[in-house]
Design a protein around this ligand. Structure first.
Ligand code: AGP
Length: 609
């Protein structure tokens, strides 16, 4: 998730506006920044790694000449956050500059083809194939316009993209195209603009033209032309007036980042399905060869590890030990050794307890593997191999989209390991992969259909003094995560247990009206869970169940329930079943009058300032 911007001004220089617009897009990524403009038929380019203010202080992003230009603020997914990987990227001639937000899945094949044709690549990014492809297309047919060359190029791309292209070949145009990544145009009497998001041009115009997937745009001082990539058929679309304040715009009209990020999960889950095969295989190989595997993390990331321990065991017959990072040194510091493998999970990649556990293990020659959302973070630097989960920046302190993305990546690792070990038939593999592919839509359905219900439940139970969250099997992890979300943003004391544990003590707390949230996927634990529900109900508890559609048995036993689509395999259930719990926590915080984005006493390990 990066931020792209481009503009063609009638008067003045473009760079200062591009700089300011990238600042308002910095919540989308802050690993590196770059601007390219065209002046006197030359491309002038400035870029460097780091946050916009730091880079500006060093190289001055305002002094590039020219009325036309593009800019980019980066969230690294392919290639470390270094200057060489910063956008814009150029072709061999330096006449074509491209900024891109998204993930080109087939970039390695395209890169190989282009290198065999003599193209020289300088970065490790997926994006750099785009300017070279445009160059190659124009080399093959010089009668093509720049727009047609971009059209041919995007037809060869697989994956998600929003791109803006400038070139000295047609120095008065910007060519944009979109597939899955956000892109919107702005129009004013002073110029035309393209951006990943409305905040970028809201200070200069509130006239926006929304762009759909599969559309290509030609921007010029005369305005904008839209056409379908599929058949080049023209699309006419009028600008809409946006009545948002800049602050509202950054949140895309949502009142808080947390609810925005909950709604982003279908897109971020799709991104996790675009992992670089190579790294997934590499980590699966290390896990396969390991003598003992510790899954180490804190907070929500620990809950992802807990769920993963069920996935690795059930799918690949690999026992793994989920450990709270803050306890690792005490618990395993003496026994961890050269035959140990640590899979450290941290969305920020900077959590001190997790890094301390990693350092301890490293000092005893253990193998360190990493799963993180921040490429370039400390965890990526200390890991033997790491994988980036591609969720984009998470601004809300409460982890939501990064949790479901972690689970998706860990499930993919477990599937690969299972295949590597021959523990799963091809049919089973295909069935699970198909369900994994459907998860973004399933989560979208839950958010669309169940948000209102979660809001009602928060209102109904807002005066409850304490909550129980119970689940069995892999849903124990979901229960723990539900508990953490409610506690950390609504400050309501909450307790979570493996449901089977509840009768060994905690049940003594139950009294009439005591809310108990049960996580109830229709898996092997369903039957036993019903008896746990009966035990709680018998003592007057209010049963709130997260159930599969059509689970009439548990719905009948419940005072309230939230439904998720049916047929979700057990090992994937924490992904859809945690979403209603995120929504419940969010609306409970609002009911309590708290700001869900900035819970007291808490902060994100890394924030953009
Ligand atoms: C989760 O909502 C919290 N923000 C917190 O528990 C968080 O998960 C924990 O601090 C770990 O952070 P990390 O994934 O960046 O390491």
């Amino acid at each position: 998730m990066c931020g792209i911007f481009g503009c063609i001004l009638k008067e003045g220089t473009a760079a200062p506006l591009i700089h300011a617009s990238l600042k308002s897009l910095e919540y989308r990524g802050y690993d590196s920044v770059g601007i390219a403009t065209i002046n006197k038929n030359k491309i002038i380019l400035k870029k460097d790694q780091g946050k916009i203010d730091e880079v500006h202080r060093i190289i001055n992003l305002d002094d590039l000449p020219g009325k036309i230009g593009v800019g980019h603020t980066r969230w690294a997914t392919h290639g470390a956050p270094l200057k060489i990987n910063a956008h814009p990227h150029l072709d061999c001639t330096g006449q074509i500059a491209v900024v891109h937000n998204g993930i080109i899945e087939n970039f390695s094949e395209l890169k190989l083809e282009l290198e065999n044709l003599g193209h020289r690549f300088v970065s490790k990014t997926d994006t750099e194939v785009i300017p070279h492809l445009i160059e190659e297309t124009l080399k093959k047919d010089s009668s093509l316009s720049l727009a047609d060359a971009v059209l041919e190029t995007v037809k060869a791309l697989e994956g998600s993209y929003a791109i803006a292209v400038i070139s000295t070949i047609e120095p008065d145009k910007i060519i944009c195209a979109r597939n899955e990544s956000p892109l919107v145009l702005g129009v004013s009497k002073d110029g035309v603009y393209c951006a990943s998001d409305i905040p970028a041009f809201l200070p200069v115009t509130n006239k926006a033209v929304l762009i759909n997937d599969g559309e290509l745009i030609v921007l010029s001082s005369a305005g904008y032309e839209i056409k379908k990539i599929r058949d080049s058929s023209p699309v006419s679309r009028k600008p809409e007036i946006i009545d948002w304040t800049p602050e509202m715009a950054v949140k895309k009209g949502y009142p808080h980042f947390m609810i925005k990020e909950i709604h982003e999960q279908p897109a971020t889950l799709r991104n996790t399905l675009r992992m670089q095969e190579h790294y997934l295989d590499l980590i699966a190989t290390f896990l396969d060869r390991a003598n003992e595997v510790f899954l180490v993390a804190c907070g929500t990331s620990y809950h992802a590890c807990l769920a993963a321990s069920y996935m690795f065991s059930k799918l690949a017959f690999l026992p793994t030990y989920p450990v709270y990072a803050s306890e690792f040194v005490e618990q395993h510091g003496k026994s961890v050794n050269i035959d140990s493998t640590i899979l450290a999970v941290s969305q920020s990649g900077e959590t001190a307890d997790t890094l301390a556990a990693v350092t301890c293990a490293q000092q005893r020659a253990a193998t360190i593997l990493g799963l993180t959302n921040v490429i370039g973070s400390t965890l990526t630097r200390v890991s033997r191999v790491y994988i980036g989960q591609q969720s984009g920046p998470e601004i809300g302190v409460a982890a939501t989209k990064t949790f479901t993305s972690q689970l998706s990546v860990l499930a993919q690792l477990a599937l690969r390991l299972s295949k590597k070990r021959g523990k799963i038939s091809q049919d089973e593999m295909d069935a699970l992969e198909e369900r994994l592919e459907n998860l973004p839509d399933i989560v979208d359905t839950i958010v669309q259909k169940q948000e209102k219900k979660a809001k009602q439940l928060a209102k109904k139970y807002k005066n409850s003094k304490v909550f129980f969250f119970l689940g069995r099997g892999i849903s124990t992890a979901t229960a723990y995560e539900g508990r953490l979300k409610l506690m950390e943003i609504s400050y309501v004391p909450s307790i979570a247990f493996p449901a089977g544990e509840s009768k060994h003590g905690p049940i003594s707390l139950i009294e009439p009206g005591f809310p108990v949230v049960f996580i109830c996927p229709k898996d092997g634990s369903h039957r036993t869970l019903i008896s746990n529900i009966m035990e709680m109900k018998a003592r007057g508890a209010s049963i709130i169940a997260v159930v599969e559609e059509g689970d009439e048995e548990i719905k009948e036993l419940s005072d309230d329930y939230i439904e998720v689509p049916k047929g979700i395999p057990e090992v994937l259930s924490p992904i859809p079943f945690s979403v209603p719990l995120q929504l419940l926590a969010y609306y409970m915080a609002l009911e309590k009058g708290h700001n869900p984005d900035t819970p007291r006493n808490l902060a994100k390990s890394v924030t953009v300032k």
